[in-house]
Design a protein around this ligand. Structure first.
Ligand code: HEC
Length: 187
């Protein structure tokens, strides 16, 4: 395999790997911009908690409701009317600008957030916070510590390097002295 092929392969794998997480970031942003003012995953706010919504409603209903809920309420859809009444007749704004892909991404985002939250509460051995782990003497490594320790480390390393340098120079000098043969007649 040529070297360029190899690098192209690596770049390609990188792109493949990165694309889904980018889409996830996009979905998160879409949710924050369009929905988060009224919805959370876990709790009822202005609108209902969205956890599990993809299971309790079928997908045609969901897309229709998200794009234009008022249309469904006016058409007399029983679930939509019941929700509207239960949530104090606050009309959810329509989202005609959202594409099918964007709504799918938002719904996936809701599912994955709910799953994450569930797996966090389900874990029986949570990782302790560092304070709990190390006791009361624990403190964070601060910027001030770095300002002290980085120059300190460099100084110590330089000192060691100098000492080693001296040792070598000394040895070399000794060797050189041995090699100087002073002619007898000059003594
Ligand atoms: C201004 C507040 C508001 C915003 C913004 C909003 N919603 Fe809603 N949503 C509501 C309310 C209130 C309801 C309850 C039904 C009603 O009153 O019409 C609701 C209901 C829903 C339901 C039905 C829930 C269920 O239990 O069946 C879904 C799904 C939903 N919203 C999704 C979204 C999504 C996705 C977005 C963003 C694209 C969004 N909503 C933005 C207020 C809002």
């Amino acid at each position: 395999m040529k070297r360029t092929d190899f690098f192209l392969g690596v770049i390609f794998m990188f792109i493949l790997n990165v694309t889904p997480s980018l889409a996830q970031e996009d979905a998160k942003a879409l949710f924050r911009q369009n929905c988060a003012s009224c919805h959370s995953i876990e709790q009822d706010l202005v609108g209902p908690a969205l956890k599990g919504v993809t299971e309790r409603r079928d997908s045609a209903w969901l897309y229709g409701f998200i794009i234009n809920s008022q249309e469904m309420i006016q058409a007399g859809d029983p679930i939509a009317v019941e929700l509207f009444n239960r949530f104090n007749k606050v009309p959810m704004p329509s989202h005609p600008h959202l594409s099918t892909e964007e709504i799918t991404a938002i719904l996936n985002h809701i599912d994955s957030e709910a799953e994450e939250a569930a797996s966090q509460t389900a874990s029986t051995h949570p990782i302790p916070r560092p304070e709990e782990f190390y006791g009361a003497n624990y403190r964070q490594f601060t910027f001030g510590d770095m300002i002290f320790w980085i120059p300190m480390t460099i100084t110590v390393l330089l000192l060691i390097a100098t000492l080693v340098g001296f040792t070598y120079a000394n040895d070399a000098l000794k060797e050189a002295r041995k090699e100087v043969v002073v002619p007898q007649e000059e003594l």
